[in-house]
Write a protein that binds this ligand. Structure first.
Ligand code: Z5A
Length: 207
């Protein structure tokens, strides 16, 4: 039995990650590929509890260090209980955000040291990295307008425009540093074009 593929979706808020995770899930299912769809932070009972704490606007002020460690604590549970077992049994895993989000939000947005993030990445993940990351990129305002239509803001969504610009810049840097793994997709295009671009990138993995 060959190991499954690990695909992650990344990008700022409202760029279309959830929409396209669902699209890729149906696409792979139509090819009879077993798929596990999951998200970060979250994906297990404990990790979902950590997610609720991380997104809760009313909780006590969370320090930057605590935020970073909680992201990796959730990731550790997620890898051990969901992602690794799924890949080992040959399922493909599609994850809505993963460690590139930590580089973007905690690194770019919160200004945490990249070497600290790298150290935690190596500790929690060992050699495991996604096989493919689809970075949906759009101007911050486009994503905000799309996300804004949904109502109440969580702790991250309440951040400043500058924070999201810093996050976007950090994501673009991740793409530049990891050109083999990360494919940039212009998310401001009409959805049909975004999805055509996604299929083009996925096709080589299906062979
Ligand atoms: N976080 C972190 O700080 N560090 C970490 O390591 C990790 C996460 C893993 C989790 O939020 C928060 O955790 C996140 C970063 C932090 N905070 N923020 N911001 P999340 O991932 O659950 O939520 P989100 O980023 O805010 O996702 P979202 O707002 O749900 O956006 P989305 O999934 O990218 O978008 P969508 O729901 O698919 O689409 C939004 C709308 O746009 C919807 O109405 C679609 O129909 C529409 N749409 C989508 N594509 C198009 C196109 N191409 N054209 C027109 N309309 C479109």
């Amino acid at each position: 039995m060959s190991r499954g593929k690990f695909i992650t979706f990344e990008g700022g808020e409202g760029v279309g990650k959830s929409t396209n995770v669902a699209f890729v899930e149906s696409y792979l299912q139509s090819k009879a590929i077993p798929v596990v769809v999951t998200r970060e932070p979250g994906g297990t009972k404990l990790a979902e509890k950590l997610r609720a704490l991380l997104l809760d606007k009313k909780s006590e002020a969370i320090t930057e260090e605590a935020e970073l460690l909680l992201m990796f604590a959730a990731r550790s549970q997620h890898l051990k209980h969901v992602i690794e077992p799924a890949l080992a049994r040959g399922d493909w895993v599609i994850c809505d955000r993963f460690t590139d989000a930590t580089y973007a939000y905690q690194g770019g947005g919160r200004n945490m040291k990249i070497s600290t993030i790298e150290g935690l990445e190596n500790l929690i993940q060992g050699n495991l990295r996604p096989d493919l990351t689809l970075l949906l990129d759009a101007p911050v305002k486009v994503g905000m307008e799309r996300a804004g239509k949904r109502g109440a803001f969580d702790r991250f969504e309440s951040e400043t425009l500058q924070f999201f610009e810093d996050v976007r810049r950090a994501y673009l840097l991740q793409a530049e540093l990891n050109p083999k793994r990360i494919t940039l997709i212009k998310a401001s295009q009409p959805l049909a074009e975004v999805q055509q671009a996604i299929i083009t990138v996925l096709s080589p993995l299906l062979r």
